[in-house]
Write a protein that binds this ligand. Structure first.
Ligand code: UDP
Length: 245
C-alpha cells in the first residue's frame, strides 16, 4: 500500500517488507529506483523543486526515512508501521545479497571510503560479491566512463552515496543506460559502514533523537536541519488546518 504524504507516494512497509520488495525488484529485473524519503527531501520537493517530486513519482519503492516522515504519516491519519532508513535497509540488503549471490556496486563518498565500506561488509557477510567501487568526487566528463564501468560489472544492486538529492538525480539520469539494476540512494551510509563516521548511539536512536546525535558530531548540519520545523509546519497546516499547498 502507498500513502500520499504532501503529494508524495510513500510505501507503507516494515523494514522486513521493504527488504522483500527489493528482493522482488531484483528478481523481476529492469532498471529500478528506490528512494529513502526524508523530511528535507520532501519539503524541497513540495516547496522548492518540483522535479524532485517527479523523481519520487518515478521511484519503484519509496520508504519512510526519518522520524519526521513517520510523524507526518500519523498526523495525516495514515501511519507508517516504522521508519525504514537508508543505512538500515542497505545493511539488510547487503546481508541478503551475500545469501542470494547478488552482485553489489558502491558509488559515492570520499576517495577510499567505498573500498573500506566494502571490506567491512565482506568481513561481516562472507561471500558478498562487491563487483566495484567508485568514489563520489568525479568530474562531469568522467560520468560516462563510470556508467560504462557499472554496466560492464553488471551489479544487481547499486548503492549511490552522493547525498540527497544529488544521488537521486544521478540515478534518474543514468539508470536507463545501466539497465538491469536496482539503484538506491543511501546518503552518508558508506561513511558509517567504513567506520569513518560513528552513528548516534542506540539509546539515541531508540529515543528517536538520532538527528541530535548527528548534529552534535557534525555541527555543520544545523543549517540543513532548519528545514525540519518548516516541514512540521507544512504538515500541520495541510492536515490540521486544511491548507492546500
Ligand atoms: N558526497 C559525494 N560526492 C559529492 C558530495 C557528497 O560522494 O560531490 C558524499 C559524501 O562524501 C557523503 C555523502 O555523499 O558520503 C553525503 O552524506 P550525507 O550524510 O550528507 O547524506 P544526506 O544526508 O545528504 O543524504
Amino acid at each position: 500500500m502507498r500513502i500520499n504524504l504532501l503529494g508524495a507516494p510513500v510505501d507503507c512497509l516494515t523494514m522486513e517488507q521493504a527488504e522483500e520488495r527489493v528482493a522482488e525488484l531484483v528478481r523481476s529485473g529492469g532498471p529500478r529506483r528506490i528512494i529513502t524519503l526524508n523530511p528535507e527531501f520532501l519539503y524541497r520537493a513540495v516547496r522548492e523543486d518540483h522535479t524532485l517530486m517527479e523523481l519520487v513519482d518515478r521511484a519503484d519503492l519509496v520508504t519512510a526515512d526519518g522520524e519526521g516522515i513517520v510523524w507526518g504519516g500519523r498526523v495525516a491519519g495514515t501511519p507508517f508501521p516504522e521508519r525504514v532508513t537508508g543505512i538500515d535497509l542497505m545493511l539488510r540488503l547487503v546481508k541478503r545479497a551475500a545469501a542470494e549471490g547478488w552482485r553489489v556496486f558502491l558509488l559515492g563518498a570520499a576517495p577510499g571510503v567505498a573500498e573500506e565500506a566494502a571490506e567491512n561488509m565482506v568481513k561481516r557477510f562472507p561471500g558478498l560479491q562487491v563487483v566495484g567501487t567508485q568514489h563520489g568526487y568525479f568530474k562531469p566528463h568522467e560520468e560516462a566512463g563510470i556508467v560504462e564501468t557499472i554496466k560492464q560489472r553488471a551489479p544487481q544492486l547499486l548503492f549511490v552515496a552522493l547525498g540527497a538529492p544529488a544521488q537521486e538525480k544521478w540515478i534518474d539520469r543514468h539508470i536507463e543506460s545501466i539497465g538491469d539494476v536496482v539503484a538506491i540512494g543511501v546518503g552518508g551510509s558508506f561513511d558509517v559502514i567504513s567506520g569513518r563516521v560513528a552513528r548516534a548511539p542506540l539509546w539515541m536512536q531508540k529515543l528517536k533523537i538520532e538527528w541530535l546525535g548527528r548534529l552534535i558530531s557534525e555541527p555543520s548540519r544545523w543549517r540543513r536541519m532548519l528545514v525540519l520545523p518548516k516541514f512540521a509546519l507544512l504538515v500541520l497546516r495541510t492536515y490540521r488546518l486544511g491548507y492546500k499547498n
